[in-house]
Design a protein around this ligand. Structure first.
Ligand SMILES: *[C@@H]1O[C@H](CO)[C@@H](O)[C@H](O)[C@H]1NC(C)=O
Ligand SMILES: *[C@@H]1O[C@H](CO)[C@@H](O)[C@H](O)[C@H]1NC(C)=O
Ligand SMILES: *[C@@H]1O[C@H](CO)[C@@H](O)[C@H](O)[C@H]1NC(C)=O
Length: 755
């Protein structure tokens, strides 16, 4: 918080006198403080320390002041001067284009004004030739640049609107320096150097007015591409894409330090939004199969500790506990003091302890990401610049080796998210650091921050992560069930349908009974997504599947080992809406379940089927829509009373339910503890699944049931005695492995656990 509330004895005394014994004087609102064309809010009514914050419609900003503070003696700071009003947002001057013209030529450019750019003959244009002034005070599109072919190694880096540049030679090691005109604030690199690879160091600077802010989309894109680099553990999908480097290997360690300013200059809504955004970020990061260590603090004049990173270096802290701790944390005293330096010092000290605990060699492999949410208005503890320098020294390890710091820049990222009404850009910008991408964000409104942070990590770019999905309702249902497949089979007695699940880019898992004897791959089509119909290369049924296997034991149709794998002619393209589900006993599933180190099949089973009545889901298709159904599989002591009802099914004459229902089946149905949903005819072969921290794991598949309660799909409830039986995938792992784990020409095998 930024307003130094110094005790002014004289003022207090005057106040004491004038108010006749009252210590605090309330502020009053004069006519002059009303805002024309806008409104204001007060954070603590008219009490000392209250902030009066002005609001204008989009495309306007409050002028001359954006807020005032009620001081101890009952006066406002800044004092009301001229009358307050809402002024049109302006964009910085675009007439800085070299070797070209800007039309129209105006002294000032206001929101929605359109400009057109043209290069002199002999020069060619990069960037946008048409730009609109946006309501956040920025021009749309990239900076237009007119340049001629030269032998220079780097391309002309251009001049952003509102800026001036020194430096006109663009060969290796040549520098360009930027400054912003007037009282505009520079965000980005003020100095850039041409490198041998033809790229400029740093990022293009931009000139901001005091009211310019980054839109949620801009934050999502810029921060997203930056943080993704820290998170990607797998090969990038597209090797040519620049900047996609694998920074954290499975044995590297990622430490994320988060601080949220809760001093009085930050409104409650703002830091609550920041808290929720951080929660969202942690959940999203968890879905990436990396398990960073977190340090989370709230701070004003003191630090309130939410999650201490050092716990992670003692025992193993579960991801969930960081989320729970942050969600439930009660923010204590908020006061007017802000000690930003203390927040950085806290992180520095913890880094030092980590370094001591793990040793210098191991510490070299640690990456550190600091996320700071503040307005930068510190009034205690001094400037954090020196502490940030110490953090850099520690991570860059220059003293230790004398190597150049450049090579270790990627091991430290400091992002600042500027929130609040009065942002101290000049103090905050120098604190950011990190290679590639923007690290400083000005947020006008934290309302959309959660969504922004959700969009930050774009799953479509991440291949190879099974079971990743959107948790909430989206327009496209496939984003929730991206693994879902529909199978059409031409048989002698007409067409039939089953459901299946994509378990790798080339394989669909389904039920064996969907394929009557004699069905060939040509008779099968698979639909994944709206219109993807893929040809089938092979169909493999479980070798032990034999529907007549127990005909002479009183089971007319026997469904043990009711599993089949369909191999497509080619890999499907993985995207947000088409992605494999996780299946038991693979390394990917262990990663999804966040089982660290060497894990076993048994551990997975214990996590996924741990309750006596385990709640699981499956899907049904009705018309063109897909619905999720839920049920409880009865395990342990509950199993016998569940499978007993198998004897009531048609075609079963044995008196032992264990004859038709072998140990390979899971049993669901009935009305206890809740009324289960029951499978319909077309649901066969579909996945029985469980969601675990943004990832979906298939534990079984729908096989058969005792009663036919529905033939056309849909969500239908069980009665007292109807039961469904599902093939437990943990029991058919050798089969899955024999097909999916095999090294062969057409596809990449899944990696199965050794035991
Ligand atoms: C109130 O206090 C502030 C600083 O605390 C001082 O600058 C201002 O002059 C005082 N106003 C009056 C009316 O005393
Ligand atoms: C620019 O915007 C201002 C304010 O909306 C408007 O008065 C002016 O006519 C616009 N200029 C042009 C060229 O569109
Ligand atoms: C990962 O571990 C292996 C073996 O312990 C080591 O050779 C390799 O350098 C490590 N890589 C990183 C990036 O830590």
């Amino acid at each position: 918080m930024g307003f130094s509330v110094r005790w002014n004895w004289l003022a207090t005394l005057l106040c004491l006198l004038c108010m006749g014994g009252e210590v605090w004087c309330d502020c009053t609102i004069t006519n002059r403080m009303q805002i024309e064309g806008g409104s204001y809010t007060l954070t603590k009514q008219l009490q000392t320390g209250s902030l009066m914050i002005y609001h204008c419609d989009e495309g306007y900003h409050p002028y001359p002041d954006s807020f005032r503070l009620c001081q101890l003696n009952g006066s406002w700071k800044p004092a009301p001067r001229r009358s307050q009003r809402c002024r049109l947002v302006e964009c910085p001057d675009p007439n800085v284009l070299e070797y070209g013209t800007v039309t129209p030529l105006q002294e000032k450019y206001f929101v929605h004004n359109l400009t057109t750019y043209e290069c002199y003959s002999g020069y060619s244009m990069r960037g946008s030739d048409k730009r609109t002034c946006l309501p956040n005070g920025k021009w749309s599109g990239p900076t237009p640049i007119c340049s001629r072919d030269t032998d220079d190694v780097c391309a002309d880096p251009g001049i952003p609107a509102g800026a001036a540049r020194i430096g006109n030679i663009f060969d290796v090691d040549d520098k360009v320096k930027y400054s912003c005109n007037g009282n505009l604030i520079m965000v980005g690199s003020s100095e850039r150097v041409c490198q041998e690879n033809g790229q400029w160091t740093g990022i293009e600077p931009a000139c901001y007015y005091k009211y310019t802010y980054d839109s949620p989309l801009e934050v999502a894109e810029a921060f997203g591409s930056s943080i993704r680099n820290s998170l990607t553990t797998l090969q990038p999908t597209d090797d040519t894409q620049e900047g996609r480097i694998i920074r954290i290997t499975k044995n590297g360690t990622l430490n994320i330090y988060i601080a949220v300013d809760v001093s009085e200059s930050i409104e409650k809504d703002e830091f609550e939004n920041a808290r929720n955004a951080v929660l969202q970020l942690i959940r999203k990061i968890a879905s990436f199969s990396v398990t960073p260590n977190y340090d989370i603090i709230f701070f004003s004049s003191e630090v309130q500790e939410v999650v201490n990173i050092l716990d992670a270096f003692g025992g193993n802290v579960q991801q969930e506990s960081s989320v729970t701790k942050l969600k439930d944390f009660q923010i204590g005293d908020r006061n007017a003091g802000t000690d930003l330096n203390l927040a950085f010092t806290t992180f520095l000290e913890r880094m030092a302890i980590i370094k001591q605990r793990v040793g210098d060699e191991a510490f070299k492999e640690h990456r550190h990401v600091i996320l700071m949410f503040t307005d930068g208005a510190y009034n205690m503890g001094g400037s954090p610049r020196y502490t940030v320098k110490n953090i850099k020294d520690m991570v860059y390890m220059n003293q230790a080796e004398g190597t150049n710091a450049q090579s270790r820049e990627e091991y430290l990222d400091i992002y600042v998210f500027a929130i609040g009404n009065d942002i101290f850009d000049d103090d905050l910008i120098p604190l950011t650091t990190g290679s590639g991408g923007k690290h400083y964000f000005r947020l006008s409104d934290t309302k959309d921050l959660v969504k922004t942070f959700d969009e930050i990590i774009d799953e479509s770019e991440v291949k190879g992560l099974c079971g990743l999905h959107k948790e909430y309702e989206t327009e496209n249902q496939r984003n929730r069930f991206p693994w879902w497949a529909s199978i059409h089979i031409q048989t002698d007695s007409g067409p039939t349908k089953c459901l299946g699940s994509l378990v790798s880019p080339q394989f669909i898992l389904t039920a064996a009974h969907c394929f009557p004897f004699g069905v060939t791959p040509e008779a099968i089509t698979v639909e994944i997504g709206h219109s993807i119909v893929k040809g089938v290369r092979t169909l493999t049924l479980h070798p032990n599947y034999n529907v007549n296997g127990k005909a002479d034991e009183g089971v007319k149709e026997f469904y043990d080992y009711d599993v089949a794998l369909i191999q497509l002619k080619a890999d499907v393209d993985i995207s947000i809406s088409v992605r494999p589900i996780c299946i038991p006993c693979t390394q990917e599933t262990s990663d999804a379940l966040q089982l660290a180190g060497k894990s076993t099949c048994k551990q997975q089973e214990q996590l996924l089927l741990k309750n006596q009545k385990e709640r699981l889901s499956f899907l049904t298709k009705q018309g063109n829509t897909v619905h999720e159904k839920s049920m409880h599989v009865k395990l342990g002591d509950n199993r016998d009373s569940c499978i007993r009802h198998a004897l009531e099914a048609d075609g079963i004459t044995t008196t032992d339910p264990k004859v038709p229902v072998t140990d390979n089946f899971l049993c669901s149905g009935g009305v206890f503890p809740d009324r289960d949903h029951i499978a319909c005819k077309g649901d066969s072969g579909g996945a029985v699944f469980k969601n675990y921290e943004h990832r979906t794991v298939q534990v079984a598949l729908v096989s058969w049931g005792t009663k036919e309660k529905c033939t056309s799909g849909g969500v239908v409830e069980s009665d007292e005695s109807s039961r469904d039986f599902h093939i437990n995938l943990f029991k058919v792992v050798p089969f899955l492995k024999s097909v999916l784990g095999q090294d062969q020409d057409y596809f990449t095998p899944l990696q199965f656990l050794e035991d």
